[in-house]
Design a protein around this ligand. Structure first.
Ligand SMILES: C[S@@+](CC[C@H](N)C(=O)[O-])C[C@H]1O[C@@H](n2cnc3c(N)ncnc32)[C@H](O)[C@@H]1O
Length: 245
């Protein structure tokens, strides 16, 4: 799910009904996530390409994008960014080739049984790892929306598993990163109903492409009909650093 930032926002910026407050808040959230993270001139491997890849380029990083979705790679083929099509779990390099590995809204899409392996690989290829993930907590409507997403993804053999920040910090440490830093970025603005409607339309199209069944699509439409008051969950940023590389 990438609703609060990324492609969805790019898409939503084009809608005439958007709330200024909401998009101003989205911008603030973005700035707070990347604030204090120095990526300028660093070689950054961005696992899961999208908005984070563009942001990293904007911040002056030398980015290499990795994604296991062929269509995603194709949509960035003219960007000039070096791209690797592969499942990060089977990443072909196991030695230091970068300064930073970024997982921005990506790890929750990977089976938890592979998280340790993904972090071990990150540890081998770079001395710093940055994880950005939505919090598993949130308001009632958020929890309902997140549950629908998780169930829909599970129904097609995919993952959408939000974890507490302590979990992400734990796997970073377990993979051998010596030092961890953590911050939480909070959303303030509620999602305007027009924006949520657009997000749900885009979500339904995405789900149909993935083969998600009518049952979940109906549930999502019913969720919207109830005019939910939804604020996105907090965003957790976890940075791991190795001292010996
Ligand atoms: C929610 S999107 C976030 C993308 C990007 N970081 C952004 O900010 O827009 C998650 C991305 O991770 C990719 N992904 C999921 N599992 C992956 C894996 N095992 N290896 C490589 N990419 C993966 C998906 O294809 C998707 O493009």
């Amino acid at each position: 799910m990438q609703l609060r930032t990324g492609q969805q926002v790019i898409h939503l910026n084009k809608t005439p009904f958007v709330s200024k407050t909401y998009f101003k808040d989205a911008e603030r959230v973005q700035n707070e996530i990347w604030k204090d993270i120095d990526v300028r001139d660093k070689t950054v491997i961005d696992v899961g390409i999208g908005e984070s890849t563009e942001k990293l380029v904007e911040l002056g990083a030398k980015v290499i994008g990795v994604d296991n979705d062929f269509r995603k790679i194709m949509s960035y083929r003219k960007s000039g960014i070096p791209l690797i099509l592969c499942d990060f779990i089977n990443f072909p390099f196991h030695r230091r080739i970068a300064d930073i590995v970024v997982f921005y809204f990506t790890l929750h899409e990977i089976c938890p049984c592979h998280h340790h392996r993904a972090l071990i690989t990150a540890r081998k290829i770079a001395p710093t790892v940055i994880i950005v993930e939505p919090s598993s907590h949130g308001c009632l409507a958020y929890r309902e929306f997140a549950r629908l997403w998780r169930d829909a993804m599970n129904s097609v053999g995919k993952f959408e598993e939000y974890m507490p920040a302590e979990y992400w910090e734990g796997i970073v440490r377990k993979a051998g990163f010596d030092k961890t830093l953590r911050k939480t970025v909070k959303w303030k603005a509620e999602v305007p109903i027009e924006v949520l409607g657009n997000i749900i339309t885009a979500t339904i199209n995405e789900w149909k492409d993935m083969g998600v069944g009518e049952y979940y699509i109906k549930k999502l439409q019913e969720f919207l009909k109830e005019n939910p008051r939804l604020t996105w969950s907090n965003i957790e940023v976890i940075i791991g650093k190795s001292l010996d590389v």
